[in-house]
Ligand binder design. Structure first.
Ligand SMILES: [Zn+2]
Length: 237
């Protein structure tokens, strides 16, 4: 505000001849500031943070024992294809909160980003709404985490998040009744490659991996990926 007052004062002081020049000069500066700010907000941050945590508040976000897997919830579990013409392989994990089961956890609970990154895509409709976050690893690699069957996103595309950022919630009881029991979980993926979007979906190939090689081409096993990171000191190289 001080700066604005100074500018107004200055414009008042100068003679009417040069006032026009100064108004244009200040407008140019204002335009430059706006353009610079736009560039910094859309830029993917270079900051690297090694802290990777489970996307649910399980009581211990660094322990696989704190989440529950149903029989077909595992990475590469066999799944029917959309049109039931054979099987595909599950490209992520179906997480349920074991730490708070029956109390805080379950339908409607908060979903966290797994690590520091930038939200690059929010797409789909209930019950298949999804958030994709881009992350930079300490070794220079870029990976993406994906959260499917979410509701009420708390973030916007382009927004920077950390492992403490609440990004959405799981479906609540009313939504579960509407869409069926099968969606009472968070489908969580970690991607090696960001595919070309199809129908505005970045992670369409979750439905098109029919063998182990295809899964390995695009996805990390989240269990192994996070376990490796939990062994590292937080923020360390
Ligand atoms: Zn799943």
């Amino acid at each position: 505000m001080d700066l604005l007052l100074q500018v107004v004062k200055h414009l008042y002081m100068v003679d009417s001849e040069s006032r026009k020049f100064w108004i244009y000069a200040y407008l140019l500066v204002l335009l430059a500031v706006i353009i610079c700010n736009q560039e910094t907000t859309t830029e993917i941050p270079e900051e690297v943070n090694n802290e990777w945590l489970l996307p649910l508040d399980t009581g211990n976000r660094r322990a696989w024992s704190s989440v529950i897997f149903e029989s077909d919830a595992h990475f590469k579990a066999l799944r029917p294809t959309w049109r039931h013409r054979g099987v595909r392989l599950h490209t992520g994990l179906d997480l349920q909160n074991g730490g708070h089961r029956g109390t805080l956890g379950g339908p409607g609970e908060k979903i966290y980003a797994a690590a520091t990154g930038v939200v690059i895509k929010i797409s789909g409709t209930l019950p298949n709404k999804r958030i994709v976050i881009e992350h930079k690893l300490a070794d220079g690699r870029t990976v993406w985490s994906s959260y499917l069957h979410i509701a009420e996103p708390q973030v916007r595309e382009g927004e920077r998040v950390t492992a403490q950022t609440i990004i959405a919630r799981r479906l609540n009881y009313a939504e579960l009744r509407r869409y069926g029991w099968a969606y009472n979980h968070l489908h969580f993926e970690i991607l090696k490659k960001l595919p070309v979007p199809r129908n505005n979906h970045y992670t369409w190939m979750s439905q098109f991996c029919y063998n182990s090689g295809q899964v390995d081409k695009y996805f990390y096993d989240p269990v192994t990926f996070l376990k490796e990171r939990w062994a590292e000191p937080v923020g360390g190289e």
